[in-house]
Design a binder for this molecule. Structure first.
Ligand code: BGC
Length: 733
């Protein structure tokens, strides 16, 4: 067993024995061959040209690669085996955006722990997760992989995932190294187009985009991955300010940094370097320790050293971090269980415990957005005929969501099969797909669907996006339901049968054109393996809906970016000042109208605000109280509120705490989430929920780039979502 205090010594003694080729080899990650080992790959490992393998999940192959690294190289340095385990390995949990909607970091931590256990069974020891990019543009496909628009939420969930993957010690069985990605600003790509440039002022970068990365660092994340993006004109993979000044000098991060796939080579494509050699130089100088996929370090490192453009110290620094991680993971342990794995069996994956957790988190991720006339929860005893309609009602693959390389459809339980199981022979099921796929433009299946709906007491309509319509490089300019799904819903609504739409998608979907035709609406995101049982429990009231939106749902794509924590501006809009185009007379005199910040043709509010989600009951907030109305720099205050379930169903309420710093040397957001608590309320039950606020919660990077709390007045809100209105004030003196 290696003690962590010995690691620097062990690393140094190994480093002294290494040739330049071996060092540059450690700094290289190459792709596996997917279930086989080519002669070329075996030779590269044997020659010490490889520090890490990505994308190999066959245990026997991984064991063999490790054996070659251990036994057939002169120094016997084992390999890091990396994989994108993003929301599960074999048991697929809801997409990360959905996991954030759960507002349950504990469950997210447990899910990451199960993912690590499953992945480590095959020999994976490093995942490229969590993605902690703050995502404020739902057109961006990778919003699915994110925890949404809020830096606090992204920080809390990023930390939960890091803790779940890494456990208390990386050398424990079942722990794998996590990776905070994509450092940094990747989610702010122009027009929500993946890989597009980002332009983020430093205060905004520090107050919003860097915060979750710092939180991941505080949680002890083992690795960072750079972004593909061009940040303020300097691509992240060659950005010295980001990787050296911020990450290493200010944050004192000592772990390793990996590039993204080919992102070192792409420095030349960006027009930041002239060629591969310059890219290797820029990336190593900036602070990239390991290059993913492209091999510029390996090819050009020797000439860069020979020409004295790089010195051995910078190479040694990088290799030291890589070796350090390998020791910490226990890969050098004499006990080979740290390295070699027995071939796993079916029973190692998708167990009843992992299924039950996947169901629980899927339940907590679903957000109920409409429930007219309290249509939900449904009561099986009062139903004779149920229509089950839609392209996603029975699709075990699409429900898994984006970026699942190892999840298998055969483990999925679809909504149809869960409904059949639950409704049994007591209720007639009328089944129709309505559309061949979510994107279909053919309406030939409409008639069948309409007649199913006509004959039913209620129509459950499963619509959304196929998983390939979100995720990396899968951005959309129009984020309504694709294909003819809106038309299908309108046609079904004409039957007069109540319509419940369950939307499975990788992003918030704009529902403006269909919401009036729906009786109930639930965003289920892509819920994973256990979508069916989770959704059925919610629809029939065995579980209460408790998911809340981790992103704002706009009314129209033209409002984007629309997020709750925008700035006030000099001419803010409100109900009294808003003017719609239809209220402006034709040939009106030239004025700047109401002189407020709004669009003429779309109401300024969101369709559903951040943090919003309905219960099956009403929860009332009252008596917001502060124990002090002023605090000093070292004080704390307690803010509390009463929450009461005034309806007849159980509730799980997510009580949310927001503040606004009224005046700042840098203007402050109109609201910022600084805490939340999920609490169960039985019918009639009232609870007092309290939060402690300290000056630490009020800190931000000010005009001088100091992380500090500035004196002055603060508003504080506690409520069910970001647009709620119950507030009080206190001051910091
Ligand atoms: C993605 C990363 C991912 C890597 C390896 C890249 O295209 O941007 O997030 O970890 O591929 O699969």
């Amino acid at each position: 067993m290696t003690h962590s205090s010995n690691i620097p010594e062990l690393v140094n003694s190994l480093l002294q024995k290494m040739t330049l080729t071996q060092k540059l080899g450690q700094m290289s990650q190459v792709s596996g061959n997917g279930g086989t080992i080519s002669d070329e790959l075996a030779e590269q490992v044997r020659a010490g040209l490889v520090g890490s393998i990505i994308n190999e999940v066959d245990t026997d192959i991984i064991n063999e690669l490790q054996r070659i690294a251990l036994e057939e190289t002169s120094l016997g340095i084992p390999l890091l085996i990396g994989r994108d385990v993003i929301h599960g390995f074999k048991t697929i949990f809801p997409i990360p955006l959905a996991q954030a909607a759960s507002f349950s970091p504990d469950l997210v931590e447990q899910a990451a722990h199960i993912s690590a256990l499953e992945a480590s069974k095959v020999g994976i020891n490093w995942t490229f997760s969590p993605m902690v990019d703050v995502s404020r543009d739902p057109r961006w496909g990778r919003i699915a992989e994110s925890f949404g628009e809020d830096p606090y939420l992204c920080s809390v969930f990023g930390q939960a995932m890091v803790n779940g993957y890494q456990g208390s010690s990386l050398s424990d069985a079942g722990a794998i190294a996590a990776c905070a990605k994509h450092f940094a600003g990747y989610g702010a790509s122009e027009s929500g187009r993946d890989y597009a440039s980002t332009n983020i002022p430093e205060t905004e970068l520090r107050n919003v985009y860097l915060r979750p990365f710092f939180a991941a660092h505080q949680a002890g994340v083992a690795t960072f991955m750079t972004s593909f993006g061009d940040l303020n004109g300097v691509p992240a993979s060659g950005n010295q300010w980001l990787l050296q000044t911020v990450l290493r000098d200010e944050w004192q991060y000592t772990g390793m940094v990996v590039s993204d796939w080919d992102s070192v080579k792409q420095l030349a494509t960006h027009g930041f370097t002239e060629n591969d050699e310059e890219s290797a130089h820029a990336a190593i100088t900036a602070g990239i320790d390991m290059e993913m996929s492209s091999a510029t370090f390996r090819y050009h490192g020797p000439s860069l050293l020979a020409d004295k453009r790089l010195d051995m110290t910078s190479i040694d620094q990088a290799v030291r971090k890589i070796l350090h991680l390998k020791f910490k993971l226990g890969l050098f342990s004499n006990d080979t269980s740290g390295l070699f794995r027995p071939t796993p069996s079916e029973a190692d994956f998708v167990t009843s415990a992992s299924r039950s957790l996947a169901k629980k988190i899927a339940i907590e991720s679903c957000v109920l957005l409409e429930n007219k006339k309290q249509l939900l929860p449904l009561n099986k005893a009062t139903l004779s005929n149920v229509a089950i309609i839609g392209p996603l009602a029975d699709d075990g693959y699409e429900q898994l969501g984006t970026w699942i390389f190892d999840g298998e459809e055969r483990h999925s339980i679809t909504c149809l099969s869960a409904l059949q199981q639950y409704l049994g022979d007591d209720v007639n099921i009328h089944l129709a797909k309505g559309l061949a796929s979510t994107r279909s433009l053919e309406s030939d299946l409409f008639d069948e669907a309409i007649s199913c709906a006509k004959n039913a007491d209620v129509a459950l309509v499963f619509v959304g996006e196929e998983s390939i319509l979100s995720g990396e490089a899968h951005c959309r300019a129009n984020i309504e339901l694709p294909g003819l799904q809106n038309e299908l819903i309108k046609a079904l609504a004409q039957t007069g049968t109540p319509i419940v739409a369950v939307v499975m998608a990788g992003r918030p979907i704009i529902v403006e054109n269909i919401v009036d035709h729906l009786d109930a609406l639930m965003f289920a995101w892509h819920p994973g393996t256990m979508a069916g049982p989770a959704i059925v429990e919610l629809l029939f009231g065995q579980a209460t809906p408790s998911g809340r939106l981790p992103v704002t749902v706009p009314r129209h794509v033209g409002q984007i970016p629309l997020y709750y924590s925008q700035k006030h501006g000099g001419k803010p809009v409100n109900e009294d000042t808003y003017i719609h185009m239809n209220d402006v007379p034709v040939r009106a005199a030239q004025t700047s109208l109401g002189m407020v910040s709004a669009h003429l043709d779309v109401h300024y509010t969101a369709r559903y605000p951040f943090g919003f989600g309905l219960n099956y009951t009403d929860v009332e907030y009252s008596d917001l109280a502060l124990d002090k109305d002023s605090i000093g720099a070292d004080d704390e205050l307690t803010v509390s509120v009463k929450v009461k379930n005034t309806g007849k169903c159980e509730a799980t309420e997510t009580v949310q705490l927001y503040i606004r710093d009224r005046v700042g040397s840098v203007t402050r957001p109109i609201k910022e989430l600084i805490g939340f608590r999920k609490t169960h309320l039985s019918p009639g039950e009232e609870k007092t929920i309290s939060f402690v606020i300290s000056s630490g919660d009020l800190k931000f990077y000010n005009i001088h780039m100091h992380h500090t709390a500035e004196k002055g007045v603060f508003d504080v809100w506690i409520g069910p979502h970001s647009a709620s209105e119950i507030s009080a004030q206190f001051s910091l003196s």
